[in-house]
Design a protein around this ligand. Sequence first.
Ligand code: B16
Ligand code: MG
Length: 217
Amino acid sequence: MIIKAFLFDLDGVLTDTSELHFLAWKRLAEEEGILFTREDNEALRGVSRRESLNLLLKGRQVSEEQAREMMERKNSYYVELVRQMTPANLLPGALEMIEEIRRLGLKQAIVSSSKNAWLVLERLQIGEFFDAVIDGNSSARSKPYPDLFLLAAQAVGVNPGNCLVVEDAQAGVEAAHAAGMKALGLGPRERVGAAELVFPSLESHSANEVITFFEGL
Ligand code: B16
Ligand code: MG
C-alpha cells in the first residue's frame, strides 16, 4: 500500500483530551447522582457526544430536552478546560510527525468526532499543518461509520486506499476499515488491536518508518 495521506484522529492521538472529557462528564454525573468512573470513561473514547451521554446514563430514561441540556452542560465544562490548553499539551512525538509529513510533501488531515476540534487545534497552534479538518460538525454519522474518513479522503483528493488512519479508539479503527483504509493504532492492543500496526504512542516513531511498513502490505 502506498500512503499518500495521513488522517489523524485528534483526541488521544495528537493530544490527550480524554482526561478533560472525563472531568467534564464526571462533573455532570455527580450533579445528576450517577456513578461515573475512569474505567467507565474508556468506553467513551472516540464516541460521539450523544452516544457518550447514553453510555453515562446507563439505561436511565430522560426526555429529549433533558438530554440536550445535559450535553450542553457537559460541553460548557469541557470547553472551560480546553481553553486552558497550550502547545505543551501536544503528546510526545506528535509535532515531530506532522512536521515530517509536511516535509515529505504528503497530505494530512484531522478526522475527529469532536465538535470542538477547531478550538483544540487553535489551542495547540497546529491548524496550519492540515490540508483539511473534518470534525463532528461535518456529518451526522460519527465513528464507527466510515463517513468522516471518506469526507477527509475527498477533501484532500486522495483515494481511500491510499489513506492511512492514525487512531486511539476501537470505534475509529472500525470506521477506518469500513472506509477501506488501513490503520495505525496507538495504545493497548485490547483497544486498537484490529489496526494493521500498533504503537504505544507516536513517541520515537517516524512517518518514514510507518510508510515503509505499509509499503510491504
Ligand atoms: P465533543 P476524537 C472524540 O474525538 C472523543 O474521543 C470523544 O471522547 C468525544 O466524546 C467525541 O470526540 C465528541 O466530542 O463532545 O467535543 O463533540 O477522538 O474522534 O478526536
Ligand atoms: Mg480519539
